[in-house]
Design a protein. Structure first.
Length: 72
């Protein structure tokens, strides 16, 4: 006795699947890459801003290292 089942799986196309729609997939990958690059660049600029050079006028410079040195 054979137990053959004729089961036919019906696969419905999911409109939200980006693999089925090439322009949608391309647009999604472009936006993902663009915002990834934007966030990376913004984080780098913010890090440079946070660690910027702070001017300090209270530094004591020895007299012999000035442009016109003063010797004893």
């Amino acid at each position: 006795m054979t137990t053959e089942h004729n089961t036919h799986d019906i696969e419905l196309d999911n409109p939200a699947d980006i693999e089925l729609n090439k322009p949608s997939k391309s647009r999604f990958l472009f936006v993902l890459g663009f915002f990834g690059f934007f966030i990376f660049a913004w984080a780098g600029c913010y890090n440079l801003y946070e660690h910027r050079y702070q001017k300090n006028d209270d530094i004591k410079v020895p007299d012999n290292t000035l442009y016109d040195p003063k010797y004893k």
